[in-house]
Write a protein that binds this ligand. Sequence first.
Ligand SMILES: Cc1cc2nc3c(=O)[nH]c(=O)nc-3n(C[C@H](O)[C@H](O)[C@H](O)COP(=O)(O)OP(=O)(O)OC[C@H]3O[C@@H](n4cnc5c(N)ncnc54)[C@H](O)[C@@H]3O)c2cc1C
Length: 403
Amino acid sequence: MTQNIDQNAYDVLICGARAAGAATALLLAKAGLRVLVVDRSAPGSDTVSTNALMRPAVLQLHRWGLLEELESRGATRIERTTFHYEGTRVPIQITRQFGVDALYAPRRNVLDPLLCEAARTHGATVLHRTSLLTLQTNARGRVAGALIKQAGGRSTTVRAHMVVGADGIRSRVAKLVRAPFTRLLNNQSAVIYANFTAVPASVTTAGTQWYFSRHAGAGVIPTQHGQVCVFVGCRKQELPGLLRDGLEAGFWRGLIPFSLDALPALRAAARTASFRGFGGHPGYFRQCTGPGWALVGDAGYFRDPITAHGLSDALRDAELLSRAILAQRETALADYEAERDAISYRMLQLSDEIASYRSDMDRLGELHRELSRQMHREAELIAGWDTSPASCRPTPLSTAMGA
Ligand SMILES: Cc1cc2nc3c(=O)[nH]c(=O)nc-3n(C[C@H](O)[C@H](O)[C@H](O)COP(=O)(O)OP(=O)(O)OC[C@H]3O[C@@H](n4cnc5c(N)ncnc54)[C@H](O)[C@@H]3O)c2cc1C
């Protein structure tokens, strides 16, 4: 689809069109704001992720009316999950709660385009292969737009009453506004993963499998159309040893201690893409609002991927931020940061401790149970949100936000 940049100012310019950015665009456009989203990646491209959506994220997709479409695009219903603690199995049936009776783990080349299409349907302009280069400020030093560049095109200045950085862990917007880290944690886990296709139905219907030993982890996550994503995790400092013969050898070697039920099937299956690695990054909160700008998703808050909650955080914070923007008060943005931190802080700590790969199996079980209670509370909170955060703007955003 071809969409052009409007020469007039936008209410909100969002940098990053994946989980956080596309969801924020969807919610703001739905409420009637003029939204432009830019992303330097190609439309429909994949990105680093093992894709698992937790119940709060599935609940949001359900509330936004996107779950049926996700299923129709082949996303596998995950109805059970099993934790394996050095051989001790803890099976869990996914029961209906808050209207959600299954989990999903669609590949990002399915989830992100779905969110982008929904944002477009509600009137947002979404431009891929378009980079945000730098920010523009007004005479009072408030962010008031950005310089963007479309592939093969000229740089264009876009005016916007607010610029949102949904541009991931290495956020350019966060760097340009010098958003400081407000919390920085210690532990970092590394991950090697691959996506396999045409695996036997017995593997996908077994649901998500999470394997843990004291020093490593692994998982099998059904994604879509009979495919699974399989990962191996370890402490960052142990990754070079695992990789001594390359990514592929490290992946298979990393799986050996866990005696995966699915291992023979995986060895026989084809892959949909090459092996990918992630070298680790400490968890953090960043200051996520300031005059004319805000951060959402990984740009403002990152937790170790071992708890597979970054996408759920991104969708939840897209809704928190959208509500704050639509409230049209500067204090609402400060509330957004406080609420994000209050909901996430314990989960950030839990992810950090799990990512240390130092816990014995009893402690790990405790950590997972506490995580599950935290996620239940999070889903409860989301289920209580009004489904239409705001349907009209009584005053122009520029006036209300002091632009
Ligand atoms: C190995 C690994 C496994 C993971 N597994 C899971 C999991 O199973 N479940 C889960 O919930 N989470 C998982 N996560 C975390 C999850 O992937 C992230 O939390 C999620 O991608 C955050 O989404 P986002 O929209 O904030 O950022 P991103 O997905 O990083 O998207 C940012 C976008 O911004 C664009 N961008 C950046 N700079 C610019 C610029 N200057 N101009 C234009 N565009 C720009 C990029 O092209 C990119 O498309 C995992 C993370 C890792 C590293």
